[in-house]
Every structure is written in structure tokens, then in C-alpha cells.
Design a protein around this ligand. Structure first.
Ligand code: SF4
Ligand code: SF4
Length: 405
């Protein structure tokens, strides 16, 4: 029947062909969640920087790593299956994903499948050709550029590469010139001390930056537990609990947003090890193994996509692999009963990186979470998160106050 349900002036919706919906009620998926909404793909573990705090990178010219990386056709197969499973966005990460020789081809392939691209990059390898391509076919999501210094010396001090600063700035200038939306973020490191203001002022001038840039400061250890010397260095670079609190307290807007987010997850998690979205937005590593999430590189929770499909991993394998219960007595005594979950970065992935098990409390993250909780008035000076019985009242009280993260 041609446009017969509503004609101008009649406004008749009684015939049952048309239902008037407010915009917020419109749900093209009709309440059915796709099996997969986002996937992370680590295109390479190699990087052209060698940042002092990095938890993943291998040298750019590591031929062993290069020879094991997924073939372009294999990545395309994963992308095709992801799209068929309902995936809406692909996050290309690394190492430095632009080191992948076929990145432009994979980018275009992803966009042709209708998925948005989130690109994590240091911007050093953005060329005019790539910028032209990305301007013609926009990624659909902001590119995320990591910034390691506001001048050549400080950048080299973090990234370990002389001259890299100029390449990073050229890459960023291309993004600006071709109007490709991007945001910037950076680490909080001693070598960058004194640059925060300059960084924030510069970030304000970037069109897609609608809030202050994020700073990482509670750095993760090596996801693959592959370099104890680097791990030692990373532990020395981490912000102390006190520095973390003072950094968060200096940004009221960030405090507020984090507060809203964190309080959603307060409460003791019990003995289930995975109390998170692990397995729902998986990460495929550079060698074709899918992991429940980006930082978790534990062989027993991984799935080899050379031997099975992404769909099978999502439907059967990840739910089985992430359903385990904690057995570590220290975890059961503390984390399982602790209401500070929403403020704490302790999780199976972090436990694996630090200790090689999934259920060992990470003392550093525990101290940071306790410092935040004390700042918020959720804990007394000598209290611990696992001892508090009336945590619901405390969280409710805190939500009413203004002193929140
Ligand atoms: S990073 Fe930790 S909390 Fe996040 S999904 Fe992975 S295991 Fe869960
Ligand atoms: S604050 Fe400590 S005890 Fe509580 S969840 Fe974090 S690591 Fe576990």
C-alpha cells in the first residue's frame, strides 16, 4: 500500500501501520543485542617507538614477530565474520598498527563491511596517502593519538627515538589538514613534568577534543610477562597512590564522570574470577589468537582462530573459559569480599600480568583503590575494603555529597 497511513493534516495513526516513537525509543535491533558489538585487533606487537612505560611492544624490526603475524587475508576473514556477528566497531591496535604493510587495505575493507574503525596510533606513520584515504572514507570514530612529549627532547626521553617528535607532529598536522577527527591522550611521567599545561592547551585547540585529555599513570606491567627488566622499570614509573589521588582531584569534571562510572560497580564480587565484560568484546592478537579482552594474554583463556571460529569462541569457548572460581585464599579473603571493586583496577588480566595467576590481589592497585576510597570518605584511615559491612550506606552517602570521583 502506498503512503496511505498518514497524510498531512489527518495525523491518523489508528490504522496500525504506523507507530509513533520518540527518538530514544527507536531500536533498530529490536532489543536483540548482537553477539559481538566491538572487536580489538592487534595488527602487530611491534612498534616504531620504545616507550619507557610500554606493556606490549617489541622492536619494529623483530623478524621473528613479523614472521608470525597474521596474513592480511586471515585478518579479512576475521573482519568478515565479525561483521556477520553484528559487530559495529573494530579497534586496530598494536604495537603500532600502522606498521602493518596492508593497513590501508584493511581499513577500507573494514569500512566497506559497515564497521567503524577506532585507530590507536602514535601518528608517526600517517602519510598524505593514508590521510587522503581516511578523509574520503572517514573512520566513523575518533582516531586516538598517544602523545609522548611536547618537544623533541621530552618525546625522545619517553619514546626512546630521536627525531620521532617531528614525525608525530607531521602525522597530527595531516589529520588536522584532512579534517580526520582525532583525540589525544598521554602518560603522566616524570620526564614530562611541566608539560601538562602546554599539552592541555594544545589539546583544547583540537576540534574533536570536547574534554581534557586523559593521562595514564597507573601503568600495567607487560601483558605477556615477557620482560622482567622492563617490568621493573614500569613499576618505578607508576604514580604513587597519593599522586593518583591528587591528579584525579585536580580535575573536577573527570572526577564527576569517573564517580558516576565507578559507583555502578561498587560491591563485593564474590568468588567468580571474571566479574566483567571479558569475552564479549574480544581481542585478536597479532598471531591469530582471540583473548577475552585486550590486556589478558593468558594461554588457557585464549582461543586459536586458526582452529575455530570467532562465533564459536563467543558462544561457547569464552563463557566456559571465564566461568572459573577463585581458589587463592588471599583473594577469597580480600577481593572476593571487597566493596571497592569500582575503584580498583585489580582484575584477572592485571593479576596475570603481575603474578602469572588470575586470582592474586595486586598490591599496587589495592593501595591505589584504598587511597581513592579514603579521599572520598568511604574508608577510615586504617580500614580495608573487605572489612566494611555497611558499604551500601557509605556509597549512597558519598553519592549525595560533592566529593566524588
Ligand atoms: S581488563 Fe580486566 S576487567 Fe577488563 S575485561 Fe579484561 S579481565 Fe575484565
Ligand atoms: S581494593 Fe584490594 S582487596 Fe579490594 S578488590 Fe582491589 S585489590 Fe582486591
Amino acid at each position: 500500500m502506498p503512503c496511505d497511513v498518514m497524510t498531512e493534516g489527518t495525523n491518523d495513526i489508528s490504522m496500525g501501520y504506523v507507530k509513533r516513537l520518540d527518538a530514544h525509543e527507536f531500536d533498530p535491533l529490536r532489543g536483540k543485542k548482537p553477539l559481538l558489538s566491538r572487536i580489538d585487533i592487534e595488527l602487530t606487537q611491534r612498534c616504531n617507538n620504545n616507550c619507557i612505560h610500554c606493556c606490549i611492544n617489541l622492536p619494529e624490526r623483530d623478524s621473528g614477530a613479523l614472521s608470525r603475524e597474521m596474513e592480511t587475508g586471515f585478518v579479512k576473514g576475521i573482519l568478515t565474520e565479525a561483521a556477520a556477528l553484528g559487530c559495529l566497531a573494530v579497534r586496530f591496535t598494536g604495537g603500532e598498527p600502522l606498521l602493518h604493510k596492508d593497513f590501508p587495505e584493511l581499513y577500507l575493507f573494514t569500512r566497506r563491511l559497515g564497521m567503524q574503525v577506532i585507530l590507536f596510533t602514535n601518528a608517526r606513520l600517517i602519510t598524505t596517502e593514508l590521510a587522503e584515504l581516511m578523509a574520503k572514507v572517514l573512520p566513523g570514530r575518533n582516531v586516538e593519538v598517544s602523545v609522548y612529549g611536547m618537544n623533541p627532547e621530552s618525546y625522545a626521553g619517553v619514546a626512546g627515538r630521536q627525531g620521532a617528535f617531528y614525525e608525530f607532529r607531521r602525522g597530527v598536522d595531516l589529520l588536522l589538514r584532512y579534517r580526520i577527527p582525532f583525540i589525544v591522550k598521554g602518560p603522566k611521567l616524570q620526564v614530562l613534568k611541566g608539560e601538562r599545561e602546554a599539552f592541555e592547551t594544545w589539546a583544547e585547540s583540537i576540534p574533536a577534543m570536547d574534554k581534557k585529555p586523559l593521562f595514564s599513570m597507573n601503568f600495567d606491567l607487560r601483558y605477556r610477562r615477557d620482560d622482567s627488566a622492563k617490568n621493573l622499570r614500569i613499576t618505578k614509573l607508576r604514580a604513587t597512590p597519593e599522586e593518583t589521588v591528587s591528579m584525579l582531584a585536580s580535575d573536577p569534571q573527570y572526577q564527576k564522570e569517573m564517580g558516576r562510572f565507578c559507583t555502578m560497580f561498587m560491591g563485593p564480587p564474590g568468588d567468580r574470577i571474571f566479574n566483567c565484560g571479558a569475552g564479549q568484546s574480544p581481542c585478536v592478537d597479532a598471531y591469530g589468537h582471540a583473548h577475552p579482552c585486550l590486556p589478558l594474554r593468558y594461554v588457557r583463556t585464549a582461543v586459536d582462530l586458526h582452529k575455530t571460529t570467532l562465533g564459536k569462541a563467543l558462544k561457547d569457548l569464552f563463557p566456559a573459559k571465564t566461568g572459573m572460581r577463585a581458589t587463592n585464599p588471599d583473594y577469597l579473603r580480600r577481593c572476593a569480599c571487597c566493596f571497592l571493586k569500582g575503584l580498583c583496577e585489580q582484575c584477572p588480566a592485571k593479576s596475570w600480568a603481575e603474578h602469572g595467576t588470575l586470582d592474586t590481589p595486586v598490591e599496587y592497585f589495592c593501595s591505589v583503590a584504598h587511597a581513592k576510597a579514603r579521599y572520598l570518605g568511604l574508608l577510615g584511615e586504617h580500614e580495608h575494603g573487605w572489612e566494611v559491612v555497611n558499604w551500601k550506606e557509605r556509597v549512597a552517602q558519598d553519592n549525595k555529597g560533592s566529593n566524588q570521583f
